[in-house]
Design a protein around this ligand. Structure first.
Ligand SMILES: NC(=O)c1ccc[n+]([C@@H]2O[C@H](COP(=O)([O-])OP(=O)(O)OC[C@H]3O[C@@H](n4cnc5c(N)ncnc54)[C@H](O)[C@@H]3O)[C@@H](O)[C@H]2O)c1
Length: 253
């Protein structure tokens, strides 16, 4: 899929990995719609990105908001959806005097899985209406999982379950959407230097970086964005999950 001149939707784009993807695509002359619940962050991001960017403040888990958003986009050709919105809470199953809250478990699955899927279904519908481009494609969907899908740590039961579901959705989505010339890929990042991590004490960041075999540091959001760009441009990538993690395999805790 060509980037230049095409329109891409990016969720979670007010911050971190989503914002980095928005920058990368704008640098490559795409138009982007940044989607997030953080309106202040969206405004700042769009200001930085200039006229190729606009935003939609919405909750990706909200069925009606998503429906209305895609309705309002009708007539505009969407070439891709990059799902980066997500949360990463930590909670143990057995706490001192309590157990894991069911509410926080459902909330994590609701945002990371159902929210992503809510956007996927409408984006797929919109992209299926496109004419095929010169590469024979109508659209591309990229989701964000995590290495926690494979090596969830203690305290990550909800997060790991949610990212495992994102991994598991990849192949059936790619298989079904193949007939509509839409590819589906997932990136499973390791430890990335986004606000989520940069708010931690420097020693903790250092310790996390030291756990990575090579290179011994946190991943940069730009490295995620470059991979997203490659996935968009490489038509033969489909139905697969790519780890972006410097060979880290997370320990139990
Ligand atoms: N940073 C890491 O180390 C890392 C590692 C593996 C996976 N990931 C995944 O990458 C994705 C992006 O993470 P990040 O590090 O950029 O985090 P981040 O917190 O910087 O960005 C996530 C964005 O998602 C938005 N968001 C949350 N819930 C939403 C909702 N219901 N509707 C719309 N927007 C919503 C937030 O407002 C935020 O702007 C997440 O799915 C995260 O799980 C991150």
């Amino acid at each position: 899929m060509k980037i230049e001149g095409n329109l891409f939707l990016i969720t979670g784009a007010a911050s971190g990995l989503g914002y980095a993807v928005a920058c990368q695509l704008v640098q490559n002359h795409a138009s982007v719609v940044l989607i997030d619940i953080n309106e202040e962050g969206l405004k700042k991001a769009v200001e930085q990105l200039g006229i190729q960017a606009r935003y939609e403040c919405m909750d990706i888990t909200n069925e009606l908001q998503a429906q209305q958003f895609f309705k309002q986009l009708k007539g505009q050709k969407i070439s891709g959806l990059i799902n980066c919105a997500g949360i990463a809470p930590a909670e143990k199953v057995l706490k001192k005097e309590d157990v894991h809250r069911l509410e926080s478990f459902s909330r994590t699955l609701n945002i990371n899985v159902i929210g992503s899927f809510n956007m996927i279904r409408f984006a797929a519908q919109a992209m299926s209406q496109n004419e095929v481009d010169t590469g024979g494609e109508k659209g591309i969907i990229i989701n964000t999982a995590s290495v926690a899908a494979y090596e969830g740590q203690i305290g990550q039961v909800a997060y790991a379950a949610s990212k495992g579901a994102v991994v598991a959705m990849t192949l059936p989505l790619a298989r079904e959407l193949a007939r509509d010339a839409i590819r589906v890929m997932t990136i499973a990042p390791g430890i990335m230097a986004t606000p989520m991590l940069l708010n931690m004490p420097v020693e903790v960041q250092q310790a996390l970086g030291d756990m990575v075999p090579f290179p011994k540091r946190l991943g940069q959001p730009e490295e995620f964005a470059k991979l997203a760009q490659h996935i968009i441009e490489n038509t033969y990538l489909n139905g697969e999950v790519i780890r972006l993690d410097g060979a880290i395999r997370m320990a139990a805790k």
